[in-house]
Ligand binder design. Structure first.
Ligand code: BDP
Length: 652
């Protein structure tokens, strides 16, 4: 067993269980493996905080009961009257989520009365994708875009022998509502391809460690798997031999992992094989895998991140932002019922500011999951504080046609995990807030992210003085806005160093074929994506958005350069010119990062020393980097435009 002291307790410190553990409690119903998990949690908490297990309902202060129903029903009902708190759920799954709800409430769950209230997740799939390689990749390392050490699942080219930490991970995930995990990278290399066949035992072991916390295990597979793994010499999805191969391979997966969740596929994207090679559509590709999974209750998550990364800016049709919509909307209605199209939240690639992808909402006949990136590839790589709750909430509240109620965007929410074998799980201890917030927003996309942040703060630092809670809130709440200020302006994106994507390089991708341009010249900056004169991307939206984005007069400031190429003197709705906005935000952003560091320094006496030191070091790097961003961006645009800063500040 891993010594629990080897890693941080994150949002489940023992003290968070004080209220639960101090009660006389009774668990009824079963047999149900997840109810057993609840029993175990309660027994541990009681042992710590002096409560007792009782057999008589009348003697119990806390009654937990599985009432019977579908094992997949995740709902629970909580109430309190006459001194007894009662948690009921149709399944052990719901009971587990209910227990964590009670943990969040603490003493409030055992005080006064609580009218009965039933809680259930808004989205059925709440999933984390791990971009983990089994073997260390020569360029990408073990975890692609990972900033938290090695993989939680894999070490030395094999599944970890000790799965104690995987179990602890599953527990943390359950406590914020996540119910699915894909355990390997979407870029499937040779070793990882074999997880599907001769190495399925490794996957089964991991699934066994996650199962007690209600988490189903999924696998990223290569579209070319039949060819890579000794099957037919083609991966043509309509070839009967290929279909048979997938059916047989999938049946063997289910022998090893009976509750296996399904496959994740990145096809025809950034060098991964796909159906285009055979003149087949992505629906053909997805449906072949879906057919193999269907008899077993599995799902294929088919990624919509399909674009040509070897293109020049030839004409409007090659705008990368258009690609996912152009590829997939003609296929609406053609995907199998157990195929889910997994769509990145923005049309490009996880930038700090993008419009919501127009594909979301444009495929009413297709099951859809929205993909977020919790790992901070483009948002500071867990060296910078950047709490993404507000950004995700904006995405989840977006109404594609101005009408769809919040939380109805998709069937599922998926995110690229930011966790690794780091002592603090996430490299930057404050990046734990991103993982937690993702789970809670997947459960309830309409939740106020700031309330979720405070929940995380309270759980992670039980009994902490108000000063600590207030300081953490101040540091995290505005951190995405701060990061946005000192990096690429007004939605234009990128301007990062090529390859690793950390730190500024204004023209780093400007003349490369990846399709990520800002088009800055001496007169202006931005990408014309209007229908009238540009790439036509704005026309992929339904009204009212298409009209709003079409004109620089109505386009929101923060997305102006994503949609329009404008002169530096263009006046924003804020009243500032674009060039002055660039200068001002870059000075402000670096100052705000400095202020956040100051707040953190003032918390030294109320934060565990190791955690405090880790964050302090990260702040040093964040400040260095923020100043570098400020100086590079400001001097680049001063030179390009020749327009001086209105406030006469020195630009390096
Ligand atoms: C990009 C990453 C790359 C991923 C790709 C993806 O740079 O490492 O493989 O997304 O989502 O953001 O497939």
């Amino acid at each position: 067993m891993t010594d629990p002291g080897d890693f941080d307790a994150a949002w489940l410190p023992d003290a968070a269980f004080r209220a639960v553990g101090a009660r006389r409690s009774l668990v009824r119903g079963g047999p149900d493996p997840l109810a057993d998990t609840v029993r175990g949690e309660l027994a541990d908490a009681r042992a710590r905080f002096g409560g007792a297990a009782v057999r008589d309902r009348d003697a119990a202060e806390f009654v937990l009961e599985v009432t019977g129903g579908s094992p997949d029903d995740e709902s629970y009902t909580l109430q309190r009257e006459r001194g007894t708190t009662t948690l009921t759920a149709p399944s052990g799954r719901g009971l587990l989520y209910g227990l964590f709800h009670v943990v969040r409430l603490g003493e409030d769950a055992f005080t006064g009365d609580l009218a009965p209230r039933t809680h259930r997740p808004a989205l059925a799939t709440r999933m984390l994708d791990h971009w983990d390689n089994v073997a260390v990749h020569p360029v990408m390392g073990q975890v692609e875009r990972g900033y938290a050490g090695g993989s939680l699942f894999w070490a030395d080219g094999e599944a970890r022998g000790d799965l104690g930490r995987v179990r602890a991970y599953g527990r943390l995930l359950a406590a914020c509502g996540i119910n699915a995990v894909a355990v390997n990278n979407v870029n499937v290399h040779a070793t990882e391809a074999r997880l599907l066949t001769d190495r399925i035992g490794d996957v089964a072991a991991i699934a066994g460690a996650l199962r007690p916390y209600g988490i189903r295990t999924h696998l990223s597979v290569s579209f070319a798997a039949p060819m890579l793994l000794g099957g037919p010499d083609t991966a043509d999805p309509l070839d009967p031999a290929v279909r048979d191969w997938w059916a047989a391979a999938t049946a063997r997966v289910y022998e090893a992992v009976p509750d296996f969740g399904g496959y994740v596929v990145k096809a025809d994207s950034e060098g991964q094989p796909g159906p285009f090679a055979y003149g087949r559509s992505h629906a053909d590709g997805a449906n072949t895998l879906a057919a193999a999974l269907e008899p077993h209750g599995g799902t294929v998550h088919w990624r919509a991140f399909v674009y040509d990364h070897r293109q020049d800016w030839r004409d409007r049709s090659t705008d990368r932002a258009r690609a996912a919509y152009d590829h997939f909307t003609p296929l609406d209605g053609e995907f199998a019922d157990n195929a889910v199209l997994q769509v990145k939240h923005g049309p490009m690639d996880f930038q700090v500011r993008e419009p919501v992808s127009p594909l979301i909402g444009a495929m009413p006949g297709t099951r859809l999951a929205v993909e977020l990136q919790v790992t901070q590839e483009y948002t500071g790589q867990q060296k910078h504080v950047c709490w993404l709750g507000p950004m995700w909430s904006e995405v989840l509240r977006f109404r594609p046609d101005g009408e769809v109620p919040a939380g109805r965007l998709a069937d599922g929410l998926v995110a690229v995990s930011n966790a690794g074998d780091d002592r603090f799980w996430t490299g930057h201890p404050l990046a734990q807030a991103n993982l937690y917030t993702f789970g809670r927003l997947a459960w309830d996309p309409a939740a106020d992210p700031r309330a979720v942040l405070d929940e995380w703060i309270a759980l992670t630092h039980p009994g902490a003085p108000d000063r600590l809670a207030g300081g953490l809130h101040a540091i995290l709440d505005g951190s995405r806005a701060t990061y946005e200020k000192y990096t690429a302006p007004l939605g234009v994106g990128f301007m990062v160093q090529p390859g690793h994507h950390y730190g500024p390089s204004v023209d780093g991708y400007e003349y490369s074929p990846w399709g990520t341009y800002h088009f800055a010249d001496r007169d202006g900056i931005g990408v014309d994506r209007s229908v009238a004169t540009g790439t036509g991307y704005a026309g992929q939206y339904a009204e009212p958005w298409a009209r709003l984005y079409e004109s620089p007069d109505t386009c929101p400031d923060e997305l102006l350069l994503f949609f329009h190429h404008v002169p530096y003197g263009h006046v924003l709705h804020s009243g500032k010119t674009v060039i002055q906005h660039i200068y001002d935000t870059h000075f402000e952003g670096a100052e705000e990062a400095e202020e956040a560091r100051r707040v953190w320094a003032g918390l030294a006496d109320v934060v565990e020393p190791e955690r405090h030191t880790r964050v302090t070091r990260r702040f040093e790097e964040q400040l260095r980097s923020a100043r570098e961003w400020r100086d590079q961006i400001n001097s680049y645009f001063l030179r390009k435009s020749g327009v001086p800063d209105a406030h006469g500040r020195t630009i390096h």
